[in-house]
Design a protein around this ligand. Structure first.
Ligand code: GAL
Length: 656
């Protein structure tokens, strides 16, 4: 069947098969693509022979067949914990909090795959998609196919050209609207307090960070801040938090941003319960209402309550929990597929997009006040790059965490490798090193009551990991700016690196920002093998040089392995106790690695508002010349600050 592919943007095409339902992730998110950036990327040829694409209907199912290269690896599919290359597997992409059965179900499945030869495909549907990735073999031919199956009358398919896998992912992120830019405080260190702590206990814990001179930007409250959780009232517990306004002001004055846990299920004790009842689904979850988040009514009722009770007090963000359901934990953890909603959607559709809806409408409460937010969410889906949330999980295997970081990077998602507890001091340190090099550097003590100094013998190592994150702030913030402006994921798998060679299948290391390769170590390890892409790579702190294109074994008894590529210029700040605010004077250390001249740009803006979307930002040019005899000269061109930081003094260090 020769379907017509129409051009959406340079290098992006879409094709409508059958008659798609109008309720899709793209329609509910009301996406505004980054057209200018897409145009700047320019065109590329359609990546495969479109005449091979075939649709058929089998009963209530729609089956689509797309060609695949003979040995082509297939990446993506959202937040996946168990494998990187999905070739040879059948993946059932349903939102589920229980991702460990290797079916493809996870907190954030995305019917989006990246072909290793350099293109990507997205099915824009709120239906569960089953992808047979060279795993369904037809009698008639032994060809290589991806077969996508869904119970829907139609679907719109998007194809993103490369020619490299990274460019295909950039096009996807830019058509989504570009990656989000977090507030600068969001990239500092986060601490979540025990779930039943009172205001006094939280304040005591927060002040301990200051008294011990330990970095911390965000204090996160867990369920007990509410008068009822499971399901939620969204109102403060006056018993534990008698004066919420004074509590938030106190923490703000001490330099913290406060983040609130909630899940979307509405308790009878919530004052908004009565108004929401007629606007909710047929079935309850955790015994609470499941508001129809696709309708303006519930969006407005919840926003009004949240603005009045939380945002007006100075709350900076949310942890949106349990919007992903779970089958193993028993009945009522998620509405069933046959649930009905006032908007006309059923439970299958609503479940697949619930996390997206929550993120969008939560973020919009802040955006309407010209404030950025950065939060946590446990369910997500397609087109999510502009939504300012990182995913997390109750799983706790650090190797799966690293794989999740890699996989999230393919599909417009981010993952926090939070640290919660440990059985040995070594494990504590290794987990913290990883957390601090993930999307959110967070100690989540909701159940464990742990603190950075829980294992006194390794407190200096814990501190070092957190201080490394603080030093990396200018670099990390710039990486997020490139996510926003160019669609380049700030944390990404090796398969998105040019010249990755054999390293492209590595799922235990990843790229952080443009030029740093992270190879975390796990408890009990003192050295590990790192797969290096071509070129020279340099140890971040010492400048020791490694030659790429093959695996190397590196000893790292006390730190995570961080390697800078040849010619990299890395801007670093001081290990502040909290992230800098607009107008602050901040010393800048600029490191250059190797003998190759380099050029990079450091991003800066006010760190908190959306004024950057209206041009209030600057790019600071950093350049290194290499003269005869290998002497190096660094140049910085700052231009006027645009409501951001003042970088001074500047110090150059040449390594390698
Ligand atoms: C879980 C969540 C944890 C913690 C806990 C509080 O669902 O994954 O991180 O927030 O709820 O009850």
């Amino acid at each position: 069947m020769a379907e017509a592919w129409s051009s959406v943007a340079p290098g992006i095409w879409s094709c409508v098969f059958g008659t798609p339902e109008s309720f899709t992730p793209r329609s509910v998110l009301q996406i505004e693509p980054s057209w200018d950036a897409l145009r700047r990327m320019g065109g590329t040829p359609f990546p495969f022979d479109a005449s091979f694409v075939h649709m058929e209907r089998v009963g209530t199912r729609l089956a689509l067949r797309l060609p695949l290269g003979p040995d082509e690896p297939v990446f993506g599919l959202g937040l996946q914990f168990l494998r990187l290359n999905h070739r040879g597997r059948t993946r059932y992409l349903r939102v589920n909090s229980d991702p460990l059965h290797d079916t493809g179900e996870t907190h954030a499945p995305v019917p989006f795959y990246v072909g290793g030869s350099g293109y990507a495909v997205l099915f824009d549907t709120a239906r569960i998609v089953t992808l047979h990735i060279a795993s369904a073999v037809r009698q008639s031919d032994a060809g290589h196919w991806v077969e996508a199956v869904l119970a829907a009358p139609g679907v719109e398919v998007f194809v993103f050209g490369g020619p490299t896998p990274l460019q295909a992912v950039q096009r996807y992120n830019l058509l989504s609207g570009g990656g989000f830019l977090p507030p600068r405080w969001g990239l500092g260190f986060w601490h979540r307090t025990p779930k039943d702590d009172s205001a006094d206990e939280v304040i005591r814990e927060a002040l301990e960070y200051r008294n011990r001179d330990f970095p911390c930007d965000v204090i996160g409250l867990e369920p007990g801040w509410q008068s009822a959780a499971y399901p939620c009232s969204f109102e403060w517990s006056r018993e534990r938090f008698p004066d919420p306004q004074a509590f938030v002001r106190f923490l703000q004055a001490a330099g913290f941003t406060v983040n609130l846990w909630e899940h979307p299920w509405v308790s009878r004790k919530a004052p908004i319960h009565a108004a929401l009842a007629p606007l909710s689904g047929s079935h309850t979850v955790w015994g609470g209402l499941a508001p129809d988040w696709s309708l303006p009514g519930p969006q407005a009722i919840i926003a009004q309550q949240h603005i009045h009770e939380h945002l007006n007090l100075g709350i900076g963000g949310y942890k949106l929990d349990e919007c992903d359901g779970g089958e193993l934990k028993g009945e009522g953890w998620m509405f069933p597929a046959h649930a009905t909603f006032p908007s006309g959607q059923d439970g299958e559709q609503m479940r697949q997009v619930y996390g997206l809806l929550l993120q969008k409408h939560t973020a919009e409460m802040f955006w309407r006040r010209n404030r950025r937010t950065y939060g946590l969410v446990r369910a997500s889906g397609a087109w999510a790059a502009p939504l300012p949330f990182a995913l997390y999980t109750d799983l706790y295997d650090p190797r799966q965490y690293v794989r999740a970081i890699c996989n999230a990077g393919f599909s417009g998602l981010l993952f926090t490798a939070e640290v919660r507890h440990a059985t040995t001091p070594q494990e504590w340190v290794r987990r913290t090193q990883l957390a601090c090099l993930s999307a959110v550097g967070m100690l989540d003590a909701w159940a464990s009551g742990t603190k950075p100094w829980t294992f006194p013998e390794v407190e200096p190592a814990f501190r070092q990991a957190v201080e490394l994150r603080m030093r990396l702030l200018p670099y990390l913030y710039t990486a997020f700016a490139r996510y926003h402006f160019d669609g380049i994921p700030p944390l990404r798998p090796m398969a998105l690196e040019p010249n990755a060679g054999a390293a492209r299948l590595a799922d235990d290391q990843y790229m952080l920002g443009p030029d740093l390769l992270v190879a975390p170590l796990f408890a009990g390890e003192t050295e590990r093998t790192v797969q290096l892409p071509a070129g020279y790579w340099y140890a971040f702190e010492t400048g020791v040089r490694y030659s790429g294109d093959h695996p190397v074994t590196i000893a790292a008894p006390d730190r995570a392995i961080l390697l800078a590529r040849e010619g990299a210029i890395i801007p670093l700040g001081p290990p502040l106790r909290r992230s800098p605010r607009a107008g602050d004077h901040v010393p800048l250390e600029i490191r250059h690695y190797g003998a190759t001249p380099g050029h990079t740009r450091l991003y800066d803006d006010d760190g908190e508002t959306l004024d950057f979307e209206r041009g209030a930002f600057r790019w600071i040019d950093l350049e290194v010349d290499v003269r005869g005899e290998g002497s190096r000269l660094g140049r910085i061109q700052q231009g006027p600050t645009v409501g951001g930081l003042v970088y001074e003094p500047i110090e150059w260090h040449f390594l390698g």
